[in-house]
Design a protein around this ligand. Structure first.
Ligand code: HEC
Length: 94
C-alpha cells in the first residue's frame, strides 16, 4: 500500500521531468541540427551520457542535464522499437 502510494505520488514528478527534458532538448539541441538525427538513435543510457558530453565538447550548453538524459534514455533507448524510415524501399517519400 505504501509502495503504491509512493508510486502514485512519484508519477506527476516523472511526467514533469519528461516534459522538462523535452523542453531542454528543444532549447539546447536544435541550433546545429534537427531533432531527427537524435530521434533515430537507439542508445543505452551510458551512451546517451557520452553523447551529451560529446555535444558539449562542440559548444552545446546544457542547463538541465539530468532531465534531458532521463528523457533521452527513456524515449530512445536500445529497447525502444526502431523508428519508421522516412523513405519507402523504392526511395519515395512515404
Ligand atoms: C554546436 C552544435 C551542436 C549542438 C548544439 C548539438 N549538436 Fe548534436 N551534432 C552536432 C554535429 C556537428 C553532429 C554530426 C557530427 C558527427 O558526429 O559526425 C551531431 C550529431 C549528433 C548525433 C548523431 C550521433 C553522433 O554523435 O554523430 C546525436 C545523437 C546528437 N548530435 C545529439 C545532440 C543532442 C542530444 C544535443 C543537445 C544536447 C545536440 N546534439 C546538440 C552538433 C551539435
Amino acid at each position: 500500500m505504501r509502495y503504491l502510494l509512493g508510486m502514485l505520488l512519484a508519477m506527476p514528478l516523472l511526467a514533469a521531468d519528461f516534459e522538462a527534458g523535452k523542453a531542454e532538448e528543444r532549447r539546447a539541441c536544435t541550433s546545429c541540427h534537427g531533432l531527427r538525427i537524435i530521434h533515430v538513435q537507439r542508445l543505452p543510457r551510458a551512451t546517451w551520457e557520452r553523447e551529451l558530453t560529446k555535444m558539449e565538447g562542440w559548444g552545446t550548453v546544457i542547463k538541465d542535464r539530468a532531465a534531458l538524459l532521463e528523457y533521452l534514455a527513456a524515449s530512445y533507448s536500445d529497447t525502444t522499437p526502431p523508428p519508421t524510415p522516412m523513405l519507402s524501399g523504392d526511395g519515395r517519400k512515404k
